[in-house]
Ligand binder design. Structure first.
Ligand code: NAD
Ligand code: IPM
Ligand code: MN
Length: 367
């Protein structure tokens, strides 16, 4: 039988609640397919700060290194916002994990299921017929990591802060290839998003996209400035296929994409490094949304982003395409059957408001 070890890092807020459902779904998949998953549960984020005093304990990193993939919940929250920035869950754990494992490619598939048209705040006729965008977000460069980064009190008492946006051409080339290769398997259209009318970074980004595009003659390339892209996503959501962009723009636009598709609670993500050679990737798989402090502990969060992230894990890290697809179609069936957590409940006829656990159980029943 096939055996895999997964590092499981639930984190904070709704993280543990949605993780519990994803693990139940993985267990059900395993039971049906003779696959064996060993979960190595580890502390991360605020939970790790509370338990052992730091957001990313060495033991957690070691467990990730010894695993076939990382299943991540989410980290952060009001409780840890007063700590020095570099010790907080986000900058102290999540960003270092991405950097440590070289996870430069963040794939976020935004899909509006036909049955969820009425959950999208966008006019139904604009999303009907399929909103289906893959956001390819560069994840280890740009302003998130660029040096210098500082906060200084000046002699006159004023305060100066610096964040630096840095990209190497090689970093743009490698994410471009990810986007074009993904487009070849989809509708063969790439929209590159930048701010080339203002940023030196973006001028190189655009030049590089044009250059790499020559290796993919079957794929069309369009460029949008990020402000216009934010607008076009709302105005003509179906005009996008693959959207490729730098770290910060991708963070912002992917939340927008999630909402067009119905809810942030639906948007899964895969953070991947270089392919390992067997066509598979080491990766960290996590919902695109956060710890949702406004609903944490209530048992009502949408677990679908976490469940779909575990499907991405099966596909990209383990090569279990059939099992990944079975999770995805089970989720679709649950949506088609009308079950909705609060974030996607619109009161449409034939739908019913349920909690986190009920979605998990329904997905298992639909497998
Ligand atoms: P958030 O994504 O946690 O929440 C934004 C809104 O979306 C909230 O109204 C929330 O209830 C809703 N939402 C998100 N996920 C949901 C789900 N699964 N089901 C139902 N509703 C859901 O963003 P925020 O409030 O800006 O951030 C809260 C904390 O989470 C911050 O500390 C932030 O840094 C952190 N965060 C972590 C990650 C991560 O670990 N990957 C991602 C984003 C934000
Ligand atoms: C995300 C999150 C993170 C990011 C934060 C929590 C550091 O918003 O994964 O989208 O900005 O990358
Ligand atoms: Mn984000």
């Amino acid at each position: 039988s096939r055996k895999y070890t997964l590092a499981v890092l639930p984190g904070d807020g709704i993280g543990p609640e949605v993780m519990a459902e994803a693990l139940k779904v993985l267990d059900a998949v395993a039971a049906r397919s003779g696959i064996e998953f060993t979960y190595n549960h580890q502390l991360v984020g605020g939970a790790a700060i509370d338990a052992v005093g730091k957001a990313l304990p060495a033991e957690t990193v070691a467990a990730c290194e010894a695993s076939d993939a990382i299943l991540f919940g989410s980290v952060g929250g009001p409780k840890w916002e007063k700590l020095p920035p570099n010790e907080q869950p986000e900058r102290g754990a999540l960003l270092p994990l991405r950097k440590h494992f070289g996870l430069f490619a963040n794939l976020r598939p935004g899909i509006c299921y036909p049955a969820l048209t009425s959950s999208s705040p966008i006019r139904p006729d604009l999303v009907e017929g399929g909103f289906d965008v893959l956001c390819v977000r560069e994840l280890t460069g740009g302003m998130y990591f660029g040096q210098p980064k500082s906060r200084t009190t000046l002699p006159d008492g004023d305060i100066e802060v610096i964040d630096t946006m840095v990209y190497k051409k090689s970093e743009i080339v490698r994410i471009a290839h990810v986007a074009f290769k993904a487009a070849q398997l989809r509708r063969k259209h790439v929209t590159s998003v930048d701010k080339a009318n203002v940023l030196t970074n973006s001028v190189l980004w655009r030049e590089t996209m044009v250059e790499v595009a020559k290796e993919y003659p079957d794929v069309t390339l369009a460029h949008l400035y990020v402000d216009n892209a934010a607008m076009q996503l709302i105005k003509a959501p179906r005009s996008f296929d693959v959207l490729v962009t730098e770290n910060l723009f991708g963070d912002i636009l992917s939340d927008e994409m999630a909402m067009i598709a119905g809810s942030l609670g639906m948007l899964a993500s895969a953070s991947l490094g270089k392919p390992k050679g067997d066509g598979l990737y080491f990766g960290l798989f996590e919902p695109s949304g956060g710890t949702a402090p406004d609903i944490a502990g209530m048992g009502i969060a949408n677990p679908i982003a976490q469940i779909l992230s575990s499907a991405l894990l099966l596909r990209f890290a383990l090569g279990l395409e059939k099992e990944a697809a079975s999770i995805e179609s089970a989720v679709k069936k649950v949506i088609d059957d009308g079950l909705r957590t609060g974030d996607i409940f619109s009161g449409a006829p034939g739908t019913r408001k349920v909690n986190t656990k009920e979605i998990g159980e329904a997905v298992i029943a639909a497998l």
